[in-house]
Design a protein around this ligand. Structure first.
Ligand code: MCN
Length: 767
């Protein structure tokens, strides 16, 4: 695909000049408005609900409660867990009515829904609903939830433990540890974060009595996946559900699953015979949008005398919140298990996992979905081993990289890595970051009274293999020879409009403007995967190439007729069909125009392919400088070298890395969802308490491509959407550890807030 031309992002002008069409922009005639009463406490029995005072408020049309959810049987959420646990056990699934029935289990849970003539009237009436609660006491951490005699959230989930799983070879690992010359140990936490996309959640639902079908306007990561989940939750057949998403303002994994509000709005729209709309507030977002991460990982690495890795074992505690989301449990298990070996040849691996329920917001996949967590555990452990054995950090990594001749590399757990050049990425990053010159910069910083540190990470990811068996792409040709490409993936900022259309246009030798992308058009039934796991380019994007190639082959006989040639005598290049001798020619546009009278247009094409995981990898290097007097850290430089396979659009890839690294830096330095341990009350319920990264946090990121084209799809692409997150957590933490070491500060958990850093330096000094 080296012929591809890098295009500027086509969607930006529309999106940044207010011409996007988000869910809140959609209105339907006669629509009503909904507002949700949410639990103000973490765990309580609902003794009674009196909705009558709210019904008497002006403009209120109806109030729905848990009884309506039970009557509709909207009580069991889908869960994508694909394997059995210890002793063949299935994951224990809690009931989750779309409106709470007998109990609430996290602050923010939907208790009742008011539907009114205006959004304000609905909002106003919420305070008039009288709920009599009996407080039950809360467990806000996995430790408290697992403690003997802990309060139990769900009757069918003893000890709040809904799944236990292990992978790898425990005996081989134990044997390797027994003969190890050195064992490095480190327990880490990847903190719970609030994804906080720009567009709040919201949905507009209408019900058509005649066809008994629903139109659901909602931000999503792809309509096919969401429709399937809504069907599972509600029992409404998929054929009766049309999911509409036009522009989506960020998703980060948070929109990968169905939410209670969507089900509740369906109940209301059907009952009331009018469309019902809800647009969530930012405050609702903090307390009810799925959170991300929330993993505790205890790691151990066994090494021989020469610093070669012999074995590694990890214990994972996965906080799932009060209920299971569709994606949370599977992504917290499968992704770390797949990548437990990192980029290293480690003969024996073992991991054990506990999936735990707490009185907190449910957790879902969040940018990286388990991959940043395991990369963080592995890469911090490798740095610890290097420190303890006094082996230079890049050298210890290089000594243990999976060598080029070992590919395709079958890991001791579940992955098969495609060829990668870990040493090449490392060298490029070390050179760009001037790794060797660091000690001089550290010394200069010391002169200025600052603590300077440098850290690196060498990581690999598995992009999403997909939930559906294949990805289909349709191309339709109009009477002017313009093309519309249909897919069921869904960009929420990733720039598919630019990249997918460029793949089609460049394959056909047409101007980019001649091709338009339409994702998630309910009128176009296609099989395919949602956007997630950084799989869209390698998956759907590669099928765009397959489709464009197929279109050419399909059109050759049609061109041959026009040119009065045998089809075998027709070639295609530069946007035109030509005879072998070059004497006769008809352009793509001319042919399309000539055939425009036939319906459907004979050049329309449907293509498909099954695309599994690709294996993006890279090396990131961060340099930080801490002011010990204030605890404030400055990221002095950041270098990212990524193998994203064939880069279709460098500008977009660079933007993805910037976004991912900034998200990682946000988590590393300031973002953290905090619950009061005793009461389970949410303490970070607004941007006043939950500190999103600002532009100044990561000022300059040097992004270098190091593409090794994938052989697993038609365009050679690997994913890139999550690489920045996955690599930045360990690179930044390793840099912070390196900076703090001379001050006598050892391991700290994220986030490295100024207060935590300052107190740690003071504590170390006073020892
Ligand atoms: N791309 C490319 N060349 C490659 C690989 C990718 O030009 N070799 C381009 C793609 O065409 C696409 C972008 O880079 O425009 C990201 O592609 P890909 O890695 O396939 O990821 P997805 O499109 O599947 O996006 C999902 C990924 C995930 S899982 C999360 S979470 C995430 C992310 O993307 N959420 C985002 N990036 C985000 N960016 C924005 N702005 N908003 C989000 O919510």
């Amino acid at each position: 695909m080296s012929h591809l031309r890098t295009a500027n992002r086509r969607e930006d002008l529309r999106l940044i000049t207010g011409r996007g069409r988000y869910t809140a922009d959609v209105n339907l005639p006669g629509q009503l408005h909904a507002a949700f009463l949410r639990a103000d406490r973490a765990h309580a029995q609902i003794v009674s609900i009196d909705a009558r005072p709210a019904l008497a408020r002006p403009g209120v049309v109806a109030v729905f409660t848990g009884a309506d959810a039970v009557a509709a049987q909207y009580t069991q959420f889908p869960n994508l867990m694909a394997f059995t646990g210890r002793n063949g056990a299935q994951i224990l699934k809690p009931e989750r009515p779309v409106l709470a029935t007998t109990a609430v289990r996290y602050v923010g849970e939907t208790v009742a829904m008011v539907v009114a003539e205006s959004a304000l009237a609905a909002q106003d009436a919420l305070d008039s609903i009288v709920v009599d609660y009996k407080d039950l006491g809360a467990v806000a951490t996995v430790e408290d939830a697992l403690a003997p005699g802990a309060l139990q959230l769900h009757a069918n989930i003893p000890g709040n433990l809904c799944f236990e799983w292990e992978t790898g070879d425990a005996a081989a690992v134990a044997a390797a540890f027994a003969k190890a010359a050195h064992v490095a140990r480190l327990d880490v936490i990847t903190t719970r974060v609030a994804p906080s996309p720009m567009e709040p959640r919201g949905s507009l639902v209408s019900f058509d009595v005649a066809s008994e079908s629903y139109d659901i306007y909602t931000p999503s990561q792809g309509m096919v996946m969401l429709r399937k989940q809504i069907a599972t939750l509600t029992g409404v057949p998929e054929a009766k559900l049309r999911v509409h998403s036009r522009d989506v303002g960020g998703s980060f994994g948070q929109r990968s699953g169905v939410y209670p509000e969507q089900g509740a709005l369906m109940i209301a729209a059907k009952r009331l015979g009018r469309p019902v709309k809800w647009v969530g507030s930012r405050a609702e977002g903090f307390m009810s949008d799925a959170h991300g991460r929330g993993l505790e990982i205890a790691g151990e690495l066994a090494l021989d005398r020469d610093g070669r890795f012999l074995a590694a074992r990890y214990e994972f505690l996965c906080d799932m919140g009060a209920y299971l989301t569709p994606t949370g449990s599977i992504s917290h298990l499968r992704n770390p298990a797949t990548l437990m070996t990192g980029v290293y040849e480690i003969p024996a691996l073992y991991g054990s996992f506990k999936v735990v329920l707490t009185n907190t917001v449910p957790i879902a996949a969040y940018r990286g979905a388990g991959r940043p967590d395991i990369a963080y555990a592995v890469e911090r452990l490798v740095d610890r081993a290097a420190d303890e054995l006094k082996i230079e950090r890049s050298e210890l990594r290089r000594r243990n990289f999976i060598p080029p001749e070992a590919f395709p590399y079958k890991t001791p757990t579940v992955g098969v890595y495609e060829p990668s050049d870990f040493a090449g990425c490392l060298d490029q990053a070390l050179n760009t970051a001037d790794w060797k010159g660091f000690e001089a910069r550290r010394a200069a910083a010391k002169q200025r009274g600052k603590l300077r540190g440098m850290g690196l990470s060498t990581i690999i990811e598995a992009t999403g293999a997909g939930v559906f068996p294949k990805d289909q792409v349709a191309i339709e040709v109009d009477a002017e020879g313009k093309l519309t490409v249909y897919t069921v993936s869904m960009s929420s900022g990733q720039g598919h409009e630019t990249t997918f259309t460029s793949v089609v246009a460049d394959t056909l030798g047409l101007p980019h403007e001649a091709v338009t992308l339409r994702e998630c058009d309910p009128a176009h039934e296609l099989v395919g995967n949602h956007t997630g796991g950084s799989r869209s380019m390698a998956g759907v994007g590669s099928v765009c190439k397959v489709a464009a190639d197929k279109l050419i082959e399909q059109a050759k006989p049609l061109a041959a007729e026009e040119l009065e040639l045998e089809p075998s005598q027709v070639d295609y290049s530069g946007g035109a069909f030509k005879s072998r001798d070059g004497e006769k020619t008809i352009s793509f546009v001319e042919l399309a125009k000539k055939l425009a009278g036939r319906h459907p247009h004979p050049m329309n094409t449907l293509a498909e392919a099954t695309v599994g995981s690709t294996w993006p990898n890279g090396c990131h290097i961060a340099e930080v400088e801490i002011d010990p007097d204030t605890g404030v850290t400055e990221i002095a430089s950041y270098v990212a070298v990524d193998d994203s396979g064939t880069v279709i659009n460098h500008q977009i890839v660079e933007g993805q890395v910037h976004g991912g690294v900034t998200q990682g830096a946000g988590q590393m330095f300031q973002e953290e969802v905090v619950y009061d341990r005793a009461s389970g009350q949410l303490l970070t319920g607004s941007f006043m308490d939950y500190c999103m990264p600002r532009a100044g946090l990561v000022r300059d990121i040097n992004v270098g491509d190091r593409p090794l084209p994938s052989k697993l799809n038609a365009i050679g692409a690997k994913g890139v959407g999550e690489s920045g997150c996955t690599a930045s957590l360990p690179a930044l933490a390793n840099a912070m550890t390196d900076a703090l070491r001379p001050a006598g500060v050892g391991h700290l958990d994220m986030p490295y807030t100024p207060s935590k850093v300052w107190h740690s330096i003071r504590a170390a000094k006073s020892k």
